[in-house]
Ligand binder design. Structure first.
Ligand code: PGA
Length: 251
């Protein structure tokens, strides 16, 4: 089965709403011929401006987090119901920065993934190991465990629609990209976990991104690997030129 590559920018805590709108206006003509599914993951406050700027284009907008409850006394949080009401189609969940700095756990990742799906929002679920874990030889069991926990109670129909982003923590923002083989190896492990949990059809439908120092020079080689279906791009997604090269990847 041919999977459409999905390439998402993760802007992290960058750009004001005005900057977001200006950036997207500049980006759209550069990416209009891309055959890939394209996403910009923007800060909450940029969502209205980004949705408006991207309206009618081939760029979709993602939030970078959400709470799993619909509403309530959770100061500072944003719910899936709120994102849905704005027309946000994607949400990044369980990024390693959220796991590290904001106490995100496998359990909350699973709660958020289920909540997102219940609102018709597609989760991009992040996983990945630290350098210490890789060097200790526990990368495979760690990443498999993260994926199993994230997918708990999800139906195979749901799993076919979601996106998993494999992001080795040692490659994020470090300029130290995983080799094509390293990245593909773990994306293959993830696909096999999904095959064991569900079935081959589900595993083949699932899109798995690689993330971690993806740039305009290495993206095409990474994305051409068998089990890599695009990327989650941090730093390089903040530059129109770089992101448009990455977005223009042709299979
Ligand atoms: P990077 O970030 O491309 O800047 O390494 C990737 C990510 O954190 O999603």
């Amino acid at each position: 089965m041919k999977r459409t590559p999905i390439i998402a920018g993760n802007w992290k805590m960058n750009k004001t709403p005005d900057e977001a709108a200006a950036f997207i206006k500049e980006l759209l003509p550069e990416i209009k011929d891309s055959k890939n599914e394209l996403i910009a993951g923007v800060p909450f406050v940029c969502l209205p401006a980004a949705l408006e700027a991207a309206k009618g284009s081939n760029l979709k907008i993602a939030a970078q987090n959400m709470h799993w409850k619909e509403s309530g006394a959770y100061t500072g949080e944003v719910s899936g119901a709120m994102l849905k009401s704005m027309g946000v189609p994607y949400v990044i969940i369980g990024h390693s920065e959220r796991r590290e700095y904001f106490a995100e756990t496998d359990e909350t990742v699973n709660l958020k993934a289920k909540a997102a799906l219940s609102y018709g929002i597609t989760p991009i679920i992040c996983c990945g190991e630290t350098l210490e874990q890789r060097e200790a030889g526990i990368m495979e069991s760690w990443v498999s465990g993260q994926v199993k926990a994230a997918l708990q109670d999800l139906t195979k129909e749901q799993v076919k629609t979601i996106v998993i982003a494999y992001e080795p923590i040692w490659a994020i923002g470090t300029g130290r990209t995983a080799t094509n083989e390293q990245a593909n190896e773990v994306c293959t492990i993830i696909r096999n976990v999904v095959k064991d949990l569900y079935d081959e059809e589900t595993a083949e439908a699932l899109r798995i991104q690689y993330g971690g120092s993806v740039n305009a020079a290495n993206s095409a080689d990474l994305f051409s690997m068998d089990n890599i279906d695009g990327g989650l791009v941090g730093g390089a997604s903040l530059k129109v030129k770089d992101f448009s090269v990455i977005a223009g990847y042709e299979c």
